[in-house]
Structures are given as C-alpha cells and as structure tokens.
Design a protein around this ligand. Structure first.
Ligand SMILES: NC(=O)c1ccc[n+]([C@@H]2O[C@H](COP(=O)([O-])OP(=O)(O)OC[C@H]3O[C@@H](n4cnc5c(N)ncnc54)[C@H](O)[C@@H]3O)[C@@H](O)[C@H]2O)c1
Length: 406
C-alpha cells in the first residue's frame, strides 16, 4: 500500500531517557511504514539543550507557532542531581514551561480509556478532561512570616500607580506571630485561558465546566468567573448551541461532588492550584498515569501533543544495563496520533485523520485483547493477560494496525 502523504510538516520535539527510546520505536514501527512523514525536527534531549544554551527549546516553540501542530517527547526538567549527571552549564527551566509561556497556552489532560483498566469511580464511562490555568496565583506568590515582635503588626495590600497614587487596604492586624501571602493574576492570562477552554470544548464537542470559590473570594475568583461568563455570552453561546454542548459554572466543592457522581465526558477547567491537585487525582482515579495524554492549546489554535508522564527514568537505567523493560508507550503513541489527526484536519487530509484514529484503535484493541505492558498487567481486571516488553508491545500494536488498514 502506498504511504499517506502530508502537506505541512509537524514540529517534532525529541526528548530524554526511556521515552526517547520509545519515540524511535514508535516512529520506526507505527508511523514511518504508513506515513510519508514530514517533520521539522528539534532535539530537546538534555544534552542538546545544554549545547544550545536551551535555544533549541525556544526555536521549537516558535516553529510550533509557525506550523500550528507539534508532537513532543517527555523531557528532563533538570534539578541539582541532573546538573551533575549531565554536567550541565546551568539549571535550565522546564521545557514545558518555556513552550507554554511562548504559546500562552493551556494544558488539557485526558485519560485513555480501555476495557480492563477500570476507573476507581464506578460511574465514570467517558473521559474527564482537565484544563489547568498554569499561570500565577500561589505559584508566583510573595510570602512573609510575621514574628511576634513589635506587635501589633498591620499587614496591608498597597498599590502604587504610575502617577504615584497609592491605594491601601488592610488585610489583618497581627497580635502574635503568623504568615502572609500575596498573589496575582493578569486579565490577559485569564482571558487566554478562558478562550483556550472554549475552543477546546468546541473542538472536542464536550461540555465545559468551570469552577472556583467565588462565594469566598469574591474579587479574585469572582473575576475568573466573570471573564468566563462574559466571553461565553458574547462569543461562544451561539457556537456552543450549534455544537449541542453546554457551558456550566458551579462552585468548586459542588463541582467535585458532581464530577464524582457523573458518568464523565466533560472538560473541567480549573484555576492553577485546583488543577494541579485535581489532575493527579484524576490520573490515579482513571487507573494509570501512563494512560494520560496532554495537549497544550494556545488561544489562537496552536496545538502541542504529548504524554502526561515523564521520562520513566528507572526503566531507562534498566535499559542501559541491557535488562528487559516493559514501558507503556500508549500515551506517547496517542501524542503522535493526536498530532497527525490535527495536522490532517488543518490540511484537509482525511486519510491522515483516519490513520490517527486507526493508530489509537490498534493500541486500545491490543490491550483489550490481553497484550499489555507490566504497569497495566498489574492493575487490569482482564484475565490471562500477556505481559510484553517495550518492543514487543509496540510490534503487537503494529500487527493490529496492519490488520485494520488491510
Ligand atoms: N512532560 C514532561 O516532559 C515531563 C513530565 C513529568 C516529568 N518529567 C521528567 O521526567 C523525569 C522522571 O520524572 P518522574 O519519575 O517524576 O515521572 P515519570 O512520569 O517518569 O514516572 C513516575 C512513575 O510512574 C511510572 N511511569 C510513568 N510513565 C510510565 C510508563 N509510560 N510506563 C510505565 N511506568 C510509567 C514510573 O515508573 C514512575 O514510577 C524527570 O526528570 C522529570 O523532570 C517530564
């Protein structure tokens, strides 16, 4: 069979450790035999980031803006140990943080559901996608400790504008020791977040839920609520109606209760801290971190696909020692399928879109037929499963994909 043709290149961001090994296998077994692949390749492996003083990360983000779709392998975010291990010139920032800031994007995390890997919540039948506003709040706060000296101590919010006018508001007067925190967000960032969420919900034809604690935080959380509401009323109400989906705001505590009782299928947008906590809970509740995909969407419709998990360091060291590994490649495969399908959609290439669907179907059916990697074999409800090593699992998916395309 002739290979599927592409028009515009995908931006390909290679990465680190075990996921870099899987990346090569996925391309060789599951992509290159079927697609006449066009990519613009950026090596985001830590060595190359160090060689280029991290310029390669910024270049890959700019290329993503230019072409509109990227697929990314997991990468190491260096810490002190990594600095020694890789003899780095300096402690580089997280590539995901750099790319997210350059694209002004929001991260959407979605679980991959397969029969045999059952969510802990019995009622969940469809994926729940989480959107986290990854900007500001407690992650960029200023904090102080108040010691029990020279009491009382008055804490105030103070604003000074360009003309030198001051506005002050009392926070609390301390009569003993205590703690204080100041945090912020920007209107531009909240609007970008809201727009990315509305666009993603439309793209996926999913209801959008948004929740904050605006009854308590009337100005701060109230502003988030107001921005979403206004954008919905002015720009998205009609589009949502036409797509048969809904926008729904509720308090975060009510949302948690409703999500647990629901059958899933919604996009749940959350402020930074709420999203941080809830996304890890969701990954576990759906069964496995290795079965979570992640897509960064910018408000102007640029997409970057990846797995939600990291570089699976422990397996990589086993691999380096020549031992057999059984690393789950499904989320990385779904990063490729998602990116190829989106490229196909943007370039009007139905064959490429179908290929994305078939690749996902092949991966799901392989697991459902009882062939899986060790992490899934430990938690599956299927009986008589075969645990495969990293290569054999990908080869099993290839065999299924060939049947689907025959
Ligand atoms: N998006 C990213 O690029 C990204 C995300 C998270 C962590 N990281 C990086 O990854 C490195 C390792 O971090 P970590 O150990 O905290 O996270 P990790 O996701 O690599 O591993 C966490 C745990 O889950 C297991 N696991 C994760 N994915 C798996 C898979 N596909 N198959 C089988 N088991 C899997 C691992 O064995 C480990 O026990 C770090 O250097 C970190 O900076 C990168």
């Amino acid at each position: 069979m002739s290979k599927i043709q592409m028009k515009t290149p995908l931006v390909e961001m290679d990465g680190d450790e075990m996921t870099r090994i899987l990346w090569r296998m996925i391309k060789d077994e599951l992509i290159l035999p079927f697609v006449d692949l066009k990519t613009e390749y950026y090596d985001l492996g830590l060595e190359h980031r160090d060689e280029t003083d991290d310029q390669v990360t910024m270049d890959s983000a700019l290329a993503t803006k230019k072409y509109g779709v990227a697929v990314k392998c997991a990468t190491i975010t260096p810490n002190a140990d990594r600095m020694k291990e890789y003899n780095l010139k300096k402690l580089y920032k997280s590539p995901n943080g750099t790319i997210r800031a350059a694209l002004d994007g929001t991260v959407f995390r979605a679980p991959i559901l397969v029969k045999g890997i059952e969510p802990y919540v019995r009622t969940w039948k469809k994926p729940i996608v989480l959107a986290r506003h990854a900007h500001g709040d407690v992650y960029k706060d200023s904090e102080m400790k108040i010691n029990a000296e020279n009491l009382p101590v008055k804490a105030e919010l103070a604003l000074t504008d360009a003309a030198g006018n001051e506005t002050r508001q009392e926070i609390f007067t301390f009569k003993g020791d205590g703690i204080l925190e100041g945090m912020y967000n920007t209107g531009a960032s909240i609007r970008s977040f809201a727009r990315s969420c509305f666009e993603y919900a439309l793209d996926q034809k999913m209801d959008l839920w948004f929740s904050t604690k605006d009854t308590i935080s009337k100005v701060y959380d109230g502003e988030f609520k107001a921005v979403f509401e206004q954008m919905y009323e002015q720009e998205y109400k009609e589009k949502f109606k036409a797509a048969g989906i809904e926008y729904f705001y509720t308090l975060i505590d009510d949302a948690v209760a409703r999500v647990i009782r629901s059958e899933g299928g919604m996009l749940w947008a959350l402020k930074n801290y709420d999203g941080d906590v809830m996304s890890d809970m969701m990954a576990t509740a759906f069964g496995s971190l290795a079965m979570m995909t992640s897509v960064l969407v910018s408000p102007d419709g640029v997409y970057e696909y990846e797995a939600a998990h990291g570089t699976v360091q422990r397996h990589y060291y086993k691999y380096l020692r020549g031992e057999e590994t059984s690393t789950n490649s499904v989320a990385t495969i779904f990063a490729w399928s998602g990116a190829l399908r989106k490229r196909g959609e943007m370039d009007n290439l139905p064959e490429l879109m179908t290929f994305g669907d078939q690749l996902e179907q092949a991966a799901i059916e392989t697991i459902e037929s009882g062939k899986m990697t060790g992490d899934l074999a430990l938690i599956t409800t299927l009986e008589n499963v075969t645990k495969l090593n990293s290569e054999d699992f990908i080869r099993a998916i290839r065999a299924r994909l060939e049947q689907l395309r025959a």
